[in-house]
Design a protein around this ligand. Sequence first.
Ligand SMILES: [Zn+2]
Length: 453
Amino acid sequence: KWSAWIQPLAVVYWPYTTNPRGKDFCCALTRVSLSLPQKNSKSPQGLVGLRNLGNTCFMNSILQCLSNTPDLRDYCLRNTHRTDLNNNCRAKAALMEEFAKLTQTLWTSVSSEAISPSDFKTQIQRYAPKFVGYNQQDAQEFLRFLLDGLHNEVNRVTVRPRLPAEDIDHLSDNEKGKKMWNKYLEREDSKVVDLFVGQLKSSLTCSECGYCSTVFDPFWDLSLPIAKKGSGEVSLTDCMRFFTKEDVLDGDEKPTCCRCKARRKCTKKFTIQKFPQILVLHLKRFSENRVRTSKLSTYVNFPLKELDMREFASENSMNAVYNLYAVSNHSGNTLGGHYTAYCRNPALGEWYSYNDSRYVMTPMSSSQVRSSDAYVLFYELASSSHSLVKGLNITWNYFKQYLTWVPILFETLSNTLSFCLSLPGVPGLQGLQSTFGTFPFVPLQQESLIKHS
Ligand SMILES: [Zn+2]
């Protein structure tokens, strides 16, 4: 079992037949076979259920979805969060620590026994007293509280600066958007923000003078109203179109136009200015009126692969195609319901159903993922958009610890390596130079990893 857990992270090649320094070392060109991660190899990682502590299925469902978010999982597994723990609240940074511990347990447990999230629950209750006790809660609301809590503890900004209001009206919309995003990062900057936060643009157009004012806001997820159609089935794109359709603000809702300096009938429209790496879409199944809460169980047809969001972008955007990797489901009605999770295991690429009323996970076919219970959808930006960063995100220090496994090579190179090449804007992609030549980075096909040298 253990052998299946070890996957090559980096491979060092020695392309010479002799030591270039002319000493007595001779490198034998023996082909060593590596076992590359097999898509179908069955390993137990991440395939463990969570124990229901009494109406905690809303929590377990979201925890399973987050545990199957590869970058967040790796952040926990590599303990990277420890270096980010905000100094100001190190003593209080217990939520991130418990979340990481739970994720680590889910991914290293060799037993198939369900894991109890009670230590984690204690911490989330401390952070958000709303979750004290054992009442059924809303999974999406829980997700928001949790991400917010994790973000605050690993925020790279320790002292949030006070940012003076700036006049940015003369800038183009694109520049305004960038400016507002940078301002946001000056206060809120963490791994959680790197992954989940995008930017929404709302444009307000005055019907009298035609003046268009724009506002940019960060979003952690999008709450989509369920579009109504005769057939009883709608598509996710219908819901997105419904969410972004032009809205007329009239009567009591009339905003003040800053050119007319008076309240005017306006049209309002949302577009997405910046797409997040992880796109969380919340289907607004629950509606509240004064009398009671009701639930819509409309079947929303959503794609598992290649959700194309480009039509909702503010500007032409190449990076807006997403693949689904997790779904939080709600079955039942507003009086009594149950949450489950369907997740695509990042190592195996197969779908599993996590149901804490049975304490187990079961394999499922991808054709079963879509149902009228789907409530919160987790999409990841398709790999073509960021595979370079994801595949080769190796820092020098990280690389060095693996280099030491090859002492001779390391000894030969260590005195001569220096940083020379870098690709601006892409973290971790820098080449190294030695006296023997340059070691730049190049994207590789997995198959070409196994070769003589
Ligand atoms: Zn106006």
